[in-house]
Write a protein of this length. Structure first.
Length: 149
């Protein structure tokens, strides 16, 4: 299997696992809220419900973010190649290897480390439109692009 396809699949698995984890946490929080009964300590009960509500909103926001990343990832075609860096590119540099897709962390394949980064990330923005052999600087650190797939 081609390296880009393997990274795409790894990103998709990462996001799907994250989504399942968030949904499980949300369901647990909802069950806890449904089972909680009002006690004689009214203020404590109301404070607890307010905190649970805030946590539920935070989880909902994270679920929405992961769903958006899954949508963004679905628009990437792993078999598409271009000499110019764009979303979906696999970029090899003097300071690391990057898969321009979604923010899905670090992945090790074939003994090499690859960082899955969002197309909106600062490093992806610096690389966008460049080709192998070109250079860019990020945070006063020079990067040389050695290959683009």
């Amino acid at each position: 299997m081609e390296l880009k396809q393997m990274l795409y699949d790894a990103c998709k698995r990462y996001l799907e696992e994250r989504l399942q984890s968030l949904l499980a946490a949300r369901n647990t929080l909802q069950q806890d809220a449904n089972e909680e009964t009002k006690s004689s300590a009214g203020d404590k009960y109301e404070t607890g419900r307010a905190m649970a509500h805030l946590e539920m909103e935070k989880l909902q926001s994270q679920v929405a973010d992961v769903n958006q990343m899954l949508s963004d990832l679905s628009r990437i075609k792993p078999d598409d190649t271009s000499p110019v860096i764009k979303p979906g590119s696999l970029v090899f540099t003097s300071r690391g290897n990057f898969f321009i897709a979604v923010n899905a962390g670090e992945h090790r394949l074939h003994g090499e480390t690859f960082f899955a980064v969002s197309a909106a990330s600062p490093i992806a923005q610096k690389m966008r439109g460049l080709k192998a052999g070109e250079e860019f600087t990020l945070n006063n650190r020079p990067f040389s692009i050695t290959a683009v797939q």
